[in-house]
Design a protein around this ligand. Structure first.
Ligand code: UD1
Length: 427
């Protein structure tokens, strides 16, 4: 298994091209199940999760072709997906367990074919993560749902009728499943308290390009007028705001200066605001966003994760690594997922001073972190260790690099191009 070795202390300087967002690309790919015509997605990131979803879609009968530059280079990949016929409406356990986002085939399959059997995704490293809202929402649109043998069985033999659903709290994935299903339901649907994340907006825009009728995009109430069929379209995947925020924090942690090319400041507004409070200069440029920590130390600031436009849970671990080397204390509160502090013991091993109490972590900044062998159990936790390693004195060896590869396109190439001493080692 690969490891990543970092020798810390080098300021990051230069420019980094931000890839298309994984969390937008995955639902967009499943939208191909809604039409018999071709869906073309450009600016697709080249990541392990994309390959996993390609496998799943292929076994549903989707014809897939992909082209583009090597990972981490050029303008991203182009994928063409054509679901002329749905060969199977079953998403099997051995594929779904690899990636929770597989559950996004549920809405499109039941809407198009009147039936879907999708394995329950099961537990994951950052909490129990149930799918009850996906199921209740589909029921509100007219599906009958049964759970048996570890599978969700959704049926709507005469097609989905459409309906009204109020989310008791915001769910990105459930909103995506429902908006896709509602777009080809027989009647109209309203989704209240829907997620407003940029990835949801990107999906809605693509569905509109495919012929869906959706009002309220970007707001918390989506009104969808079902249409009999969707058609071919081409769509560019939105930039990855989490990748951009991660590199902004890496620049800040090392006293660096980087331009994040291809991302719009609006996409990372809450992260930019937290970084500015901490003493990082964030400016919009012609090509993207510049993040710079010119001189002086960082200041500890408090953050709380919230649904968009609040501070993203997917940036919480990286912010904690940054706050570990700031002056003063910082309270970091996680409100979206329980058990999302697995990076804390590893950061502590590098010299960070962090105490967790329920959903909050009190971080008392230290002058220096020191390199250590570390490993993490999920994607964002792993990348927080990369940030810590870049800021630390000495050598950090990160194991279980496959977590990083799920969400970051060849991270070591992008960082070493900006002067980081980082390399991937096969073992
Ligand atoms: C998506 C993102 C993930 C991000 C998260 C929150 C993808 C592929 N993943 O995950 O990176 O961290 O949004 O921004 O886009 N919940 C329920 N029942 C449900 C669904 C969710 O209780 O049926 C809970 C979850 O356990 C969690 C909260 O709702 O506590 C939010 O989850 P959700 O927004 O659904 O996250 P995902 O779509 O899984």
């Amino acid at each position: 298994m690969d490891q990543i070795r970092i020798r810390g202390g080098k300021p990051l300087k230069g420019s980094i091209r931000i890839s298309g967002a994984k969390n937008a690309a995955l639902p967009l790919m499943t939208a191909s199940l809604l039409t018999a015509e071709k869906l073309v997605l450009t600016n697709l990131p080249f990541l392990a999760d994309i390959t996993t979803l390609v496998q799943l879609l292929m076994q549903h009968g989707v014809h897939v072709s992909m082209r583009g530059a090597a990972a981490g280079e050029g303008e991203g990949h182009v994928i063409e997906l054509t679901a002329k016929e749905i060969a199977s409406t079953t998403a099997p356990y051995d594929l779904v367990r690899k990636m929770r986002a597989s559950v996004l085939v549920l809405g499109p399959l039941v809407a198009r074919r009147g039936e879907a059997r999708v394995s329950l995704p099961g537990g994951c490293a950052i909490g129990t993560r149930p799918v009850d809202l996906h199921l209740k929402g589909l029921e509100a649109l007219g599906a009958e749902i049964e759970l048996a043998g570890g599978y969700i069985h959704a049926r709507a033999p005469k097609g989905l009728a459409g309906g009204h659903f109020v989310f008791p709290f915001v769910s990105v994935g459930a909103t995506e499943n429902l908006v896709m299903a509602a777009s080809i339901a027989k009647g109209d649907s309203t989704l209240v308290n829907a997620a407003r994340e940029p990835e949801v907006v990107d999906l809605c825009r693509c569905l509109v390009a495919m012929g869906a009728k959706i009002e309220g995009i970007g707001g918390d109430t989506l009104r969808i007028q079902g249409v009999p069929a969707l058609h071919a379209a081409e769509h560019r995947v939105v930039a990855d705001r989490i990748e951009a925020g991660t590199f902004a924090m890496a620049a800040a942690a090392t006293g660096g200066d980087v331009e994040l090319v291809g991302v719009n400041l609006d996409l990372i507004a809450s992260v930019a605001e937290a970084l500015e409070r901490a003493g990082v200069e964030i400016t919009a440029t012609a090509e993207g966003v510049r993040a710079r920590r010119a001189n002086g130390r960082l200041t500890g600031v408090d953050v709380m994760t919230e649904p968009f436009p609040g501070f993203p849970t997917d940036m919480q671990a990286q912010m904690m690594a940054l706050m570990a080397v700031a002056d003063g204390a910082s309270m970091i509160t996680e409100t979206i997922f329980e058990n999302r502090f697995m990076h804390v013991p590893e950061l502590t091993r590098m010299g960070a001073n962090i105490n967790v109490h329920h959903a909050s972590a009190m971080v008392r900044g230290v002058r220096k972190l020191t390199g250590a062998p570390v490993m993490a159990t999920d994607l964002r936790a792993s990348v927080s260790l990369v940030i810590a390693g870049l800021a630390a004195e000495g050598e950090t060896l990160i194991s279980r690099v496959y977590h990083l590869d799920r969400g970051y396109e060849r991270i070591e190439r992008k960082l070493s191009a900006c002067g980081a001493d980082i390399e991937r080692m096969g073992s």
